[in-house]
Design a protein around this ligand. Structure first.
Ligand SMILES: *[C@@H]1O[C@H](CO)[C@@H](O)[C@H](O)[C@H]1NC(C)=O
Length: 519
């Protein structure tokens, strides 16, 4: 992700903060402080980027205030010019001041130009994206770690754009991509995690108490990693990248976790080296210069390249996994657990397949009150519209394209006085969407590709999926009188409508797909 998009992440954080900020003078404004603070703590920024970021905070803030004023008083170019030029007074002398005033004029002209050419439709589109706090795209991820051999992208907080997702503010989502033969150096983090392998073949080693547990992992494997477990990872494939989706539940701070690297070398910085040298000398019972030489190896980041021989040696002996091996603790015998193997999909017809982990099969998920499922919607087809009674669904598109429609309460109750608002969004690989409990929604695969979606369900215990159409839809349970009263017509008519679709869960999609709107 470019520095620019990192900046826009910061700016987005600012725009949330702005909801709470009143009118205050620019410098003392808590919103700017908050934004500047965000700039300062971006570890991946160098000093210059931090300054640039802070400058953008102020600029953004000023422009926003201007927009607000414009909304209230209309656009007044003269006033704007006066204001801009008066800012020059405090800043500069002589020629510099002239230049500053000239820039004001130029900027204003540019703005007016933009105002005239900007198409109405474009504005509407932006508006829709800005006001859709349920969908997250590329621009909402920022790079937490990156080397030539791989990367970790972290999704913005779920509450970044709005507080409608406060119920899952304690979760973070991250994507790990490791290139062929990459070695992810030993690390631990202060979050409980569920890893799901969405593509590729790897091997993970975790140190659990005084045992090492290593196993090969492949597409569909779900791995529970308890907070603080030291682990390392390799992509054991020569050609294919390894993709892992991580759902993290931080333990120290609700919405933030830290990764601690315990390897040698300055990059990534090793926590060993943070201790003072006297402490290391005593703790490792080794002299200072030996230690300095030992730790002073230039690293190439958190992802390194392993040789073919190293990978072969590490993967040659299969331990643990699938319940066997030397791992002594029974309770862990099913870690990892594969979504696709040795089991039938819980829903399946020619329009799609749904794989679900049964909580009793994989105790780890039950412990964290989480569900994991995977929908493979055949191209041109759709899921039944439904809602979850208690579970909040965090979904990420693994492959393919399509779109989503969801019913949400219309908080503004604008237009037509309707209480609901339709949220729709195109779905592409890595699009993340959240469906709160009780919210009816549907997903549709494009006519060109299957749509494959990995879902985490938070609060899965006692969750019921209520289908709104097709075999098993909930209306069919109503008694005759309730049907007639609810739908204001004869029962036979209600039956005809709600009994007509006899497929279960996956259906042929709309004849006229809206995907075109999203291209
Ligand atoms: C999804 O379905 C397609 C077509 O049936 C199949 O090729 C693909 O392997 C399936 N994906 C998974 C993860 O099962």
């Amino acid at each position: 992700m470019s520095a620019k998009s990192k900046l826009s992440v910061v700016i987005l954080i600012l725009s949330v903060a702005s909801l709470f900020a009143g009118l205050a003078f620019a410098k003392q404004d808590p919103e700017i402080k908050q934004c500047s603070h965000q700039c300062r703590v971006q570890q991946q920024f160098d000093e210059q980027q931090k300054e640039e970021c802070e400058r953008r905070c102020e600029e953004y803030h000023r422009e926003k205030k201007e927009r607000e004023r414009e909304k209230e008083h209309g656009f007044d170019p003269d006033r704007k010019l006066r204001e801009c030029q008066s800012r020059c007074m405090g800043q500069a002398q002589g020629e510099a001041r002239q230049l500053c005033r000239f820039r004001c004029q130029q900027r204003l002209e540019r703005e007016e130009g933009k105002r005239q050419t900007k198409e109405h439709q474009e504005e509407e589109e932006e508006e829709e994206q800005e006001h859709n706090p349920y969908v997250f795209e590329d621009r909402h991820f920022y790079t937490a770690t990156k080397t030539e051999k791989g990367r970790v992208d972290l999704l913005a907080k779920f509450t970044q754009n709005s507080d409608v997702l406060r119920g899952i503010e304690n979760y973070r989502l991250a994507l790990l991509v490791a290139n062929p033969k990459a070695f992810v150096v030993p690390n631990h983090f202060d979050a409980d995690a569920i890893f799901v392998v969405t593509q590729g073949r790897g091997r993970i080693s975790m140190i659990q108490e005084d045992k090492r547990r290593s196993f090969n992992i492949e597409t569909g494997d779900i791995i529970r990693v308890r907070a603080g477990t030291p682990l390392y990872l390799i992509n054991r494939d020569d050609n294919e990248k390894l993709f892992i989706v991580k759902l993290l539940q931080p333990v120290n701070r609700p919405d933030h976790y830290e990764v601690f690297y315990g390897a040698g070398g300055g990059n990534p910085e090793s926590f060993y080296e943070t201790f003072s040298i006297e402490i290391l000398e005593a703790a490792l019972k080794t002299s200072r210069d030996k230690l300095e030489r030992f730790f002073d190896k230039q690293g190439e980041g958190a992802f390194l390249e392993a040789s073919k021989e190293q990978i072969e040696a590490m993967t040659s002996h299969e331990e643990g996994g699938e319940g066997g091996g030397i791992w002594p603790f029974k309770s862990d015998s099913k870690n990892p657990f594969n979504l696709f193997k040795k089991r039938r999909p819980s829903k399946s017809n020619k329009y799609g397949q749904l794989f679900e982990v049964d909580a009793d099969e994989f105790q780890h998920l039950k412990d964290s009150d989480l569900g994991v499922s995977y929908a493979n919607i055949t191209r041109g087809c759709m899921t039944a519209p439904f809602f979850n009674s208690r579970a909040i669904k965090i979904a990420i598109v693994v492959q393919g394209e399509g779109y989503l429609e969801m019913v949400t309460p219309d908080s503004g109750r604008r237009k037509s006085g309707s209480s609901y608002q339709k949220i729709s969004s195109r779905l592409r690989p890595d699009t993340v969407f959240v469906v709160p409990a009780g919210h009816p929604f549907v997903t549709v695969a494009s006519t060109r590709t299957n749509l494959e979606i990995l879902c985490f369900e938070v609060n899965i215990e006692n969750n019921v999926r209520y289908l709104l159409a097709g075999e098993g839809n909930f209306v069919q349970q109503f008694e005759k009188e309730a049907k007639e009263l609810a739908f204001k017509t004869r029962e036979a008519e209600v039956e005809r409508i709600f009994g007509n679709q006899d497929e279960e869960f996956f259906f042929p999609g709309p004849r006229q797909q809206r995907t075109r709107d999203y291209e």
